[in-house]
Design a protein around this ligand. Sequence first.
Ligand SMILES: Cc1cc2nc3c(=O)[nH]c(=O)nc-3n(C[C@H](O)[C@H](O)[C@H](O)COP(=O)(O)O)c2cc1C
Length: 389
Amino acid sequence: MNLTTMPRLIVGDMTMRLPIIQGGMGVGISLSGLAAAVANEGGVGVISAAIIGQSASTTIHEDGLQARKQELAEEIRKARKNTKGAIGVNILVALTDYHELLNVCVEEEVDFVFLGAGLPLKLPDSFFELSKHHRAPKIVPIVSSARATKLLFRSWEKRHGRLPDAVVVEGPMAGGHLGFKISELDDPENALEKLLPRVIEVVRAAEERLSIKIPIIAAGGIYTGADILRILELGADGIQMATRFVTTFECDASIEFKKTYLNAKKEDLTIIDSPVGLPGRAIRNDFLAAVEAGKKVPIKCPWQCLVTCDHTVAPYCIAVALEQARHGRLKHGFAFAGSNAWRADKLVSVKELIHSLIREYELARLGEKVSNLKESVTAPLPTLNTNQS
Ligand SMILES: Cc1cc2nc3c(=O)[nH]c(=O)nc-3n(C[C@H](O)[C@H](O)[C@H](O)COP(=O)(O)O)c2cc1C
């Protein structure tokens, strides 16, 4: 039973009880534990495939690719065992293993694949080949502009004769890697509230032309139920939240990682120039301060994990730094975080979090109704025409 007026999220033949997607968080921050917990509450739980494989039984040094594929498959199966809800996987397009990890998602029949950190202008042939024998996942690219959406749609229509199943529009307040130049981040024109209607225009035009439905999911800085209401009222079909899910018991990161959020102050949120070649939002710490001051951490690159990284010039290995951070060794790494990370003050369960989002959403809705009612009550009465004819 749905105890909320929040709309359901419908993507093709799938219906989610809530329009809430938990954003994929690498490295190792959202795995099967968090994903299953979110899916159990009626949202979409998302496993991050970024630099997965460090704990697979085939070690990364024996056969790296096999280890990554194996751990991703194991995480998907674990999530499936713990929920009947919707499970997705987030893959960075910039990963050198992108195609192989996508193949695992098709073989394991996940419900959704979210493609971030790069524009997937085409899908690999293996995706279509494997999809003939499996229930193909719904493909949801992550975009940060109307221009990128147009480009993506044009390319998919030409090459594949189809469009994505949904799109995520991610604004500049998000955590992790951002699809903007550093100089664009504070431009009010790029705020999610401005960006979203522009992307909606592109998507709705394509929907009308092709008589299809492409749900639009908004992300970046959405933190409360009132935020969810505001963004859905702007025309989004769903929302994606990540930062808020880090401070849950079920989040797969170590307690030390979660504590960086609980201890963060607003001024600790910072923008870094990541070795991936994109800006990223993170919590400032001694590791990042040392890098900023010019310190270089020697890199042993076991495999070129990112197409865009040049390990001969990168000041540190981002895969190692993020892997260290998730295990709580923050002297050797740092935590990515959205602009609202400083607002968390305690750990809660995913169930409690979802309930408080619903409560906040319903209160905000009620507040809007009351103020509309007040407006209509205090509006001047129409003047009566007393002229007798
Ligand atoms: C710790 C962390 C790691 C993230 N890692 C990824 C990632 O691997 N791939 C990706 O597409 N987005 C990643 N993101 C972005 C989120 O999926 C999400 O879209 C965004 O953070 C939403 O904004 P919010 O955190 O303010 O809710 C990450 C975000 C955080 C906070």
